[in-house]
Design a protein around this ligand. Structure first.
Ligand SMILES: [Zn+2]
Ligand SMILES: [Zn+2]
Length: 373
């Protein structure tokens, strides 16, 4: 019975050896030899299973990528799909390998072997072969790359970029449509230099925490997310990034985030905050710090109590500084909390724990950020 099907497939459809194997498990060797001659004129695959140019086209498209994983999607002509459906029904060959799958496996095997890549979901790139309209097109689409950087900085470091002078932040050709000035800041490095290094599109940058220019950060660093729609140097990225961006800013960790970002909710940070006072730290200041969990704001309709999550675990004296271990919400504004800044806006704050000019410096050593990727 089986040998008969092999014969029919060769006689009626010029079946090639690769197609014989798709429909028949362990086909007879004499048939396979005969079918091998049909590779160019096989009506079951239209020669697609023997087309080396297709594989070469895929390899060409992948040139210049530094990636680890891929997947393959294939579209085959509708006529071939209908034909194989009909054959499977007519001869009861339910277990056959569809052409689409056979091409996919062939391409995957080739790419794995040639470029040493892994097939995986979600993949760094998707290779899409559209063979449906007799136009063999190969499209490569890149998955968005989301990187998380944690950085530390000295007080006064230039973190954020200024608005573009020409367009005022709307985006123009001068600022390469970023709206930001290439002013040597950390943000400008991320917007202008990093995409060139990674052969990537201009990134979207998400700062989960506001910049606090007068503060110095140490420890595990503050997070920032950099998202590229397209990127070629994906796996080499950590080697191309400048970890000592300048003397005042340092990237302490850099990695790709594989899951979906959920940044809408506030998150908790913990660390040690040290406030250095001109006159040194004393009992009264320590007491004040202990009671900082509520901030009273004077609004139009009276006094509003702003209750932010801020807990002081322990307080100690280090030189002229009061240092305290604390846990706080990401949205908290240290300037409001400690009244460090003297701007017209801040003058509305009734809670003035320290006298004007009393605070000399302010440092924050972070040791935990409860911000899951
Ligand atoms: Zn074939
Ligand atoms: Zn501009």
């Amino acid at each position: 019975m089986l040998s008969k099907i092999e014969e029919v497939l060769i006689r009626d459809f010029n079946a090639c050896d690769r197609c014989l194997k798709r429909f028949v498990k362990n086909p007879d060797k004499t048939y396979l030899l005969k079918a091998k001659e049909n590779r160019r004129r096989c009506k079951l695959c239209n020669g697609l299973l023997s087309e080396r140019n297709l594989l070469k086209a895929v390899l060409n498209k992948l040139r210049g990528y530094s990636i680890r994983t891929f997947n393959v999607g294939v579209r085959v002509p509708q006529s071939l799909q209908s034909l194989e459906n009909k054959i499977s029904l007519d001869y009861g060959l339910i277990d056959y390998v569809p052409l689409r799958k056979a091409i996919k496996e062939r391409v995957a095997k080739y790419v794995k072997h040639k470029l040493n890549l892994r097939m995986q979901e979600p993949a760094d790139i998707s290779i899409i072969l559209d063979l449906s309209e007799n136009i063999n097109s190969v499209i490569v689409s890149e998955r968005k790359a989301v990187y998380r950087l944690n950085f530390i900085k000295n007080a006064g470091a230039k973190v954020l970029a200024a608005k573009c002078d020409v367009c005022g932040g709307h985006g123009c050709s001068v600022c390469e449509w970023t709206g930001k000035k290439n002013d040597g800041s950390f943000e400008a490095y991320l917007l202008y230099d990093v995409p060139k290094l990674l052969k990537a599109s201009k990134p979207d940058i998400i700062w989960p925490i506001k910049d606090m220019p007068e503060l110095s950060f140490s420890g595990i660093g503050f997070p920032v997310y950099v998202i590229f729609d397209t990127i070629k140097e994906r796996t080499r990225a950590p080697f191309l990034i400048d970890f000592n961006f300048d003397k005042d800013i340092k990237i302490v960790s850099f990695y790709e985030v594989k899951t979906h970002l959920s940044l809408n909710k506030p998150f908790l940070l913990s660390g040690t905050v040290c406030i250095e006072f001109k006159e040194g730290c004393d009992d009264e200041k320590m007491k004040t710090i202990k009671h900082l969990s509520k901030i009273r704001l004077k609004g139009k309709n009276g006094i509003k109590v702003w209750d932010k999550s801020f807990t002081v675990k322990s307080i100690s004296i280090k030189g002229k500084a009061c240092c305290f271990e604390c846990k706080y919400e990401s949205g908290i504004n240290f300037y409001n909390l400690f009244n460090i800044r003297e701007t017209p806006k801040d003058k509305e704050i009734l809670n003035k724990p320290f006298k004007k000019g009393e605070v000399k410096s302010f440092t924050l050593e972070l040791y935990n950020i409860n911000l899951p990727d």
